[in-house]
Design a protein around this ligand. Sequence first.
Ligand code: ATP
Ligand code: MG
Length: 425
Amino acid sequence: MAKQIQAIRGMNDCLPADSQKWQQVERTLRELVASFGYQEIRTPIVEMTGLFKRAIGEVTDIVEKEMYTFEDRNGDSLTLRPEGTASTVRAGNEHGLLYNQEQRLWYMGPMFRHERPQKGRYRQFHQFGVEVYGLATADIDAEVLMLSAALWDQLGIRDHVRLELNTLGNADERAAYRDALVVFLEQHKETLDEDSQRRLYTNPLRVLDSKDANVQALLAGAPVLMDYLGDESKQHFNTLCELLRAAGIEFTVNTRLVRGLDYYNRTVFEWVTESLGSQGTVLAGGRYDSLVGQLGGKDTPAVGFAMGMERLVLLLDTLGKFDNLPRGVDVYLCAMGDGAQAAALQLAQELRQSVSGLKVMTHCGGGNFKKQMKRADKSGAELALILGEDELKQGLVTVKPLRGGEQRQLSRDALAMELKALVQN
Ligand code: ATP
Ligand code: MG
């Protein structure tokens, strides 16, 4: 036999047992964003490399070492999108969606980062995200956080995630803080790990989320960004905190939360779980008022988040939230005897049309009663329907419950009634 070719490391197949779980989560997400009046945007999976370099920042993990970048046949440098915000802004600018307008958008789809694959971290992964444009006040920051909290409620995991919140101030405040932080870190240079030493001059704020224990201990005495905020930034943050409290959303302020992407200002947040080990951040985002301008549009305030779908599905699975997935098949239709095959295919289609939501699988491939019943059972269906020559003559269908109950013969009308009830349960 020929040698089999394997999938690329860190890029996973989603097989039927899992795709059911994903579909359930995706359905919940779609209904949720619709209930908030958000609209979907779909952008290409590949963009010009320059878009991500400019949007995300040259000195970030993503741009420095995680992007899938290649030259296409024209010699253009293209990149598989590592996140969704840059593409959304690019598309919004290109099509005039952002110019003096308000937009509440969402997206869902695959992203690509060349990281070390491990539980909750993959090279192709999926994000669901929302992006809101044209609104500068803290109420919209509160709304996107309420949307995420509503998602946890819908999925029954509100008690398993907690919200961490911080503010980065505006560009000037951040610059002043950055200077103070560099002065402090320079005094303790020998304590810094290699990554942090490198970042000291390129992206010092990132030192704040160093995973190194010595660095973390050192940071306990470092200047705090909150102390560098002006009145407006303080007011924005305080209003957000009040709105969240009014909405009953608990949070902790984490002054070291800075996020890995360069474009954030003011509000930043993460929803974190303790149930997934070190890949505990399920959803992350914040305000990014300068990005639209930075990518060539008119300055437009913006706020959004991205959620890691794999991490969410893992969390739900860990917590047993997929134990009651809907049946893949409600009824399995068997045909006995040559004359019944055509009638069975036809009956199946009639039932699909007359009973909305009913999932009907028709037996194909022939075989005796025993074989067909085996298949019926394996399909997971609740009922087997049997159409034989006798049934055809009498205009009846035999209904055989597969999970307990009496076998009966029903007219087609009575059958349709019964199946409607089955679908509703
Ligand atoms: P991390 O600190 O875990 O690397 P990040 O800051 O790089 O996360 P973002 O760019 O903010 O993550 O992406 C938002 C969310 O997307 C993350 O919180 C996470 O849930 C998910 N995510 C990011 N990278 C991956 C990945 N390689 N595999 C799976 N999910 C990911
Ligand atoms: Mg990362």
